[in-house]
Design a protein around this ligand. Structure first.
Ligand SMILES: Nc1nc2c(ncn2[C@@H]2O[C@H](COP(=O)(O)OP(=O)(O)OP(=O)(O)O)[C@@H](O)[C@H]2O)c(=O)[nH]1
Ligand SMILES: [Zn+2]
Length: 358
């Protein structure tokens, strides 16, 4: 079977189709170094550098490959284990952040993630407002969020915490785990088919590394740390950035993903309750601040929507509007703006009503 090996690395038919028959080598980015990338091809690991043309035509940083990307490479005869990356295939999902020290440049820190685990510790770190922000980022990325409440062993009122989280989760799955207990963490990957790519998002210290290590198992971890000879002198591979777990699920764990700023996102999914209400506001562009006929504020007055949730929504929207001022990302409308998605939502509601009438 063609691409048997790459299928283990997450190759899906859509990428295979996009790759076409051009005679270029299909590969997935597994590590990003300064100007070079480690890639997995059907025939094993290679090094790649982007072609001059790709770099020249790149409008911005997001056009460059990121860990998780599927790329097409040229492997010139006699070039050994390195090649030239000519194309980045369209992404199914992407996590972006503003590059350090710049106001404008947006970088992709992980691409083609299927499921993102939003990690929050049940003690100390527990904060529903932050979770709402993570959910916005997740829905904006194109990956499906799953909420993982960590350090369950330290929590003495799990049901109450679960209930609170469920009230803001907007349909995302919620689970709890403990990396310290023998059977406390394996269920995190339940229902996620082999070949899926996952990533972990959450504050420092919530236990992401510990969980990944437990899922990885000691044996595999040890081999991940062996010294390798890449032809440019020996170096230590601290850890892979795209990791194949024993059960066949792939994990993307890049430094960028860990430093992800919460300045992008899709509020319409994480606040779908407010979206539904907003569809009934008198003005289509209602900001739910002072406008008459605001269905959102009416719901708060009736006690059906928590004022804290509306507050949180407003705060997040302001932050995102602010981020939009200096982010090209928003200019390109990659992330749908709230009003746009409200419009869409209203249209959907209208269509649904029309259908029901028939
Ligand atoms: N009690 C308890 N402690 C845990 C659990 N998981 C992790 N820890 C501890 O929490 C601390 C932080 O864990 P890490 O895995 O390094 O956290 P992280 O989210 O990867 O943090 P960064 O690497 O900074 O992003 C460590 O001391 C772990 O031993 C858990 O399930 N229960
Ligand atoms: Zn309103």
């Amino acid at each position: 079977m063609a691409y048997e090996h790459l299928r283990r690395y997450g190759l899906q038919p859509s990428f295979e189709e996009a790759a076409g028959q051009g005679g270029l080598c299909l590969a997935r980015i597994t590590e990003q170094h300064r100007d070079r990338y480690k890639v997995m091809s059907e025939d094993g690991e290679l090094w790649g550098e982007v072609s001059g043309k790709l770099a020249y035509l790149a409008g911005d940083e997001t056009a460059f490959p990121a860990v998780g990307d599927w790329v097409l490479m040229d492997l010139p005869e006699g070039s050994g284990s390195s090649g030239v990356i000519r194309r980045v295939l369209p992404r199914k999902s992407a996590f972006e952040r503003r590059a350090a020290g710049t106001a404008h440049a947006v970088q992709v820190v992980a691409a083609n993630v299927d499921v993102v685990f939003l990690c929050m510790a049940l003690v100390g770190d527990f904060n529903l407002r932050r979770l709402e922000r993570y959910l916005s980022v997740a829905w904006g990325s194109g990956a499906v969020p799953v909420i993982v409440l960590t350090k369950a062993d330290l929590c003495d009122d799990l049901p109450a915490h679960l209930e609170e989280v469920t009230s803001v989760c907007a349909g995302a799955r919620v689970l709890s785990c403990s990396s310290l207990e023998e059977e406390g963490f394996r269920h995190v990957l339940e229902g996620i088919p082999p070949g899926s790519t996952v990533a972990f998002l959450g504050s420092s210290g919530v236990g992401k590394s510990t969980l990944i290590n437990r899922l990885l198992g000691e044996d595999v971890l040890a081999t991940g740390e062996v010294r390798e000879d890449d032809g440019r002198g020996r170096h230590t591979t601290t850890h892979r950035q795209l990791i194949l777990l024993p059960g066949g699920v792939l994990v993307i764990d890049t430094p960028g993903m860990r430093e992800l700023q919460l300045d992008s996102g899709d509020l319409s999914r994480s606040f779908d309750d407010i979206g539904e209400l907003a569809a009934r506001c008198r003005f289509p562009d209602c900001t739910h601040e002072t406008e008459p006929g605001c269905a959102v504020r009416e719901a708060v007055a009736r006690g059906e929507l928590s004022p804290r949730r509306l507050d949180s929504f407003r705060k997040l929207r302001r932050e995102m509007d602010y981020a939009a001022l200096d982010s090209r990302q928003r200019e390109r409308e990659k992330i749908r703006h709230m009003f746009g998605s409200m419009g869409e939502m209203k249209q959907l509601v209208r269509e649904a009503k029309r259908k029901n009438r028939r």
